[in-house]
Design a protein around this ligand. Structure first.
Ligand code: TRP
Length: 325
């Protein structure tokens, strides 16, 4: 069994880019019989940026509902909220006492965040990688599927684990490996730039039909007149459509673009309809969990109990080494 682990920040409602780029690939990986996945909502990490409690609650529920809507098997795998398993913060403190400050000073993500910030940044942002190391080491995770931007954090986790193991001359922690899937395409947003919450160009597939159509209508297109043939390869609607459609549907759509007398509005309508049919079940399950908080809580609490068993064993091992037992 390979132990896979990844954390998902609850800093917004997941959009199509998150779903195709991270959530679906992680769920596919979790389905493999040789894998056991540990997937958690990094709500403590979200505190470095989001201070509003009701926002965090809302985003955490939306993230959890999305994973459940897309069919994460919570029996086979473990799915929990980081903040509900206190061992994350405990181990984070232990590890911070083994983390050289220059290592944190070198973190690209920290440098970028502090450069973008107008005022002084908070300490949580600085020690962010230590909490992330605790998340990983607590579960003896071997493989960490993440985006390119997280490679350095996984390297830091290995470094911190090595320092600790060397200090006690024992394999207390498993050294994890990042798995970065370079084949994963960037999903374009409605303006053609990378789909991102911070660019406000994202498609939330869980919106009501009206709201969804309003967003899709706004996808950027050029001003080629209706009668003229259109180039599908430079059109954002076509690119988005192609991410979801079957090969046959894509070929048909290409024909329509190239044939002329076909407007972008019709293409957008087709993309909108495709989302509704393709994700009909997921939209229904998302609404179910968003409106039945008890059902959502039951899933998460069961996951938290499972997570605590594994985390508890690791922290007992660590406390013993440190003389806290
Ligand atoms: N920092 C990660 C991100 O922003 C989220 C995260 C927190 C994470 N803890 C983790 C990812 C542990 C992998 C493993 O995407």
């Amino acid at each position: 069994m390979a132990r896979i682990l990844t954390g998902i920040q609850s800093s917004g409602r997941p959009h199509l880019g998150n779903i195709l780029g991270a959530i679906k690939p992680a769920i596919d990986l979790s389905k493999h019989p040789d894998n056991e996945s540990f997937l958690f909502i990094a709500d403590l990490h979200s505190l470095t940026t989001i201070k509003d409690g009701s926002m965090r609650r809302e985003f955490t529920r939306a993230v959890a509902s999305t994973w459940l809507a897309f069919g994460l098997d919570t029996e086979k795998n473990t799915f929990w909220r980081q903040s509900r398993v206190a061992e994350h913060t405990e181990l984070s403190w232990h590890l911070s006492c083994f983390t050289p400050i220059p290592m944190l000073n070198n973190a690209t993500s920290f440098k970028e965040k502090s450069e973008r910030s107008s005022g002084p940044v908070n300490t949580g942002l600085f020690v962010y990688p230590v909490l992330q190391a605790a998340d990983i080491l607590l579960y003896d995770a071997e493989i960490i599927p993440v985006g390119k931007d997280q490679r350095q954090h996984i390297e830091m986790t290995r470094d911190i684990a090595s320092i600790f193991n060397r200090q006690y001359d024992d394999e207390v922690f498993v050294l994890p490996e990042a798995r970065i899937d370079n084949r994963l395409m960037t999903i374009p947003g409605i303006d053609g730039a990378k789909m991102s919450k911070s660019y406000n160009n994202y498609i939330d597939i869980f919106l009501s039909e009206n709201e969804l159509w309003k967003v899709i209508k706004k996808i950027k297109s050029d001003s080629t007149p209706l009668e003229e043939p259109k180039n599908p390869d430079t059109d954002i609607t076509f690119q988005l459509y192609s991410l979801l459609a079957s090969d046959e549907q894509i070929a048909d759509m290409r024909g329509l673009y190239e044939g002329g007398n076909f407007g972008y509005g019709t293409a957008k309508k087709a993309f909108y309809e495709l989302i509704l049919t393709l994700f009909a079940a997921e939209r229904e399950r998302f609404d179910y969990y968003m409106t039945n908080n008890d059902a959502l809580e039951a899933e998460l609490r069961a996951g938290e109990e499972k997570a605590r068993v594994v985390a508890g064993k690791t922290i007992a091992r660590v406390r013993k080494k440190l003389g806290f037992n």
